[in-house]
Ligand binder design. Structure first.
Ligand SMILES: Cc1cc2nc3c(=O)[nH]c(=O)nc-3n(C[C@H](O)[C@H](O)[C@H](O)COP(=O)(O)OP(=O)(O)OC[C@H]3O[C@@H](n4cnc5c(N)ncnc54)[C@H](O)[C@@H]3O)c2cc1C
Length: 406
């Protein structure tokens, strides 16, 4: 079989893996996805989907379903938690001449992954295998080979190219010996999910950042699987706190009552603890193997950028591979994937998320006051407001990438 007739292999059936598969399948290309878990991971992670990504989901025919299954939110607000003062309100509506989607859509990532999987099943040349872990990778000048471990044993699978979309602990990245430079924050982030309508305390906006030198938190509404709405309360933990301590009923209750005091106890439907990293792979490509999504870059979730950028990876890579396989581009053109996406991630995702975290937790009173004044001034000035949101929505990163294209 000629190498171009072999399927493109994808390690990882998370949102980035299945979006990449869908974007390839829509070009008529054969694709096989291998997912280690038995089903789509439902833990509460990404929900915020930005304008630039909504435009890409439109190309894939997914945007209407994502909007229908999610919540449209044009606003986000930053508060000074210690005084209860609203510092700044940003409105994506100001981008109405820049994008067809001047808003964010809160759609949980497991819903997006399932929607993409449903579409993928309509393509006869696309296959997805669950409970199938990629355990080894090798490549020659014209093909790749992976070892896939299932309940029946381990078998080799040959492909034309391999996309490692297997998350932050990527087996593919490690198999290639690619470094993952950066750092891991010592503290972890805790997400508590409650059906209590926190919107009664923060009316008119479902994305709120409460900055505080000791106990900051972020409050987001998602629609939930039944569409009735759930609120996620994201906050930070101290180094010495164990999972058992943090998840204990009384500790959870105390934390929620501290942030949003109310009569009666909280109902809590999920408790999740996450390590937080800022890391970027030393290279996004080695020969016929590519890294995408969290396998290539990880960041803290403040700003909701990690998955958005991962979807942009999937779209760019599927376009480049399609052109090369159809003979419209040279193998060398695949270098662009690493050449452009790696610096874009550092500039638009790492820098922004690091700055967002610093602003939320700033301890120095003078620096806090300066941050708040800057944010308020940015929100008050239409040109600065727009510029800030062009960056926050990743529209700037997409434009910069397009401008670099020859
Ligand atoms: C609390 C939190 C909130 C977040 N909020 C946002 C947000 O609002 N917006 C945003 O853009 N981002 C957000 N993120 C980041 C987002 O969740 C990730 O960027 C996203 O999950 C990356 O998708 P992925 O498909 O690359 O990786 P993953 O979702 O990690 O999927 C990787 C998949 O690969 C599978 N796998 C692993 N190893 C193997 C193997 N060897 N073989 C086969 N399969 C394998 C795994 O089982 C998994 O299903 C958030 C993250 C956290 C922790």
């Amino acid at each position: 079989m000629a190498s171009t007739e072999l399927p493109i292999l994808i390690a990882g059936g998370g949102p980035v893996g299945v979006i990449a598969a869908l974007a390839l399948a829509r070009q008529g290309l054969p694709v096989r996805v291998f997912e280690a878990d038995g089903k789509v991971n439902e833990s509460p992670r990404a929900a915020t989907t930005h304008a630039a990504t909504l435009e890409m989901l439109e190309e894939l025919g997914l945007v209407d379903d994502v909007i229908r299954r999610g919540l449209i939110e044009p606003l986000f607000r930053t508060w000074d938690r210690s005084t209860g003062r609203l510092v700044a309100e940003f409105d994506f509506g100001i981008l109405k001449n820049d994008t067809r989607y001047p808003c964010a859509v809160q759609c949980e990532q497991h819903k997006l992954a399932r929607l993409a999987l449903e579409r993928l099943r309509t393509f006869p040349q696309a296959a997805v295998e669950f409970s199938a872990r990629v355990v080894a990778v090798s490549q020659s000048s014209d093909a790749v080979e992976i070892s896939v471990q299932t309940a029946e044993g381990t078998r080799p699978v040959k492909g034309s190219y391999l996309i490692g979309a297997d998350g932050g602990r990527s087996t593919v990245r490690k198999a290639l010996g690619i470094g993952f430079d950066g750092y891991t924050h010592p503290e972890r982030f805790l997400i508590l999910t409650t059906p209590f309508d926190i919107g009664t305390r923060f009316p008119g906006c479902t994305r709120n950042y409460l900055s505080d030198p000791h106990d900051w938190c972020a409050l987001f509404k998602v629609s939930g699987d039944d569409g009735n709405g759930l609120w996620r309360v994201l906050s930070t933990t101290r180094l010495e706190q164990t999972e058992a301590e943090l998840f204990a009923d009384e500790a959870v209750e105390r934390r929620l009552q501290t942030f949003i005091p109310k009569h009666g106890r909280y109902e809590v439907v999920h408790r999740n603890l996450y390590n937080v990293h800022q890391r970027v792979a030393a290279s996004f490509r080695q020969g016929r193997v590519f890294l995408a999504g969290d396998a290539a870059h990880v960041n803290n979730p403040l700003g909701g950028l990690g998955l958005n950028f991962g979807i942009h990876d999937a779209m760019e890579l599927s376009g480049l591979l399609g052109r090369v396989i159809r003979g419209e581009g040279s193998e060398d053109s695949l270098d662009r994937y690493d050449r452009y996406r790696r610096p874009l991630n550092i500039e638009f995702v790492q820098q922004q998320t690091i700055a967002n975290k610093k602003r939320m937790e700033e301890k120095d009173p003078a620096a806090r006051a300066r941050n708040f004044a800057e944010l308020a001034a940015t929100a008050a000035d239409p040109a600065a407001h727009r510029a800030y949101l062009m960056r926050a929505s990743l529209l700037d990163s997409v434009r910069k990438r397009r401008a670099a294209e020859v």
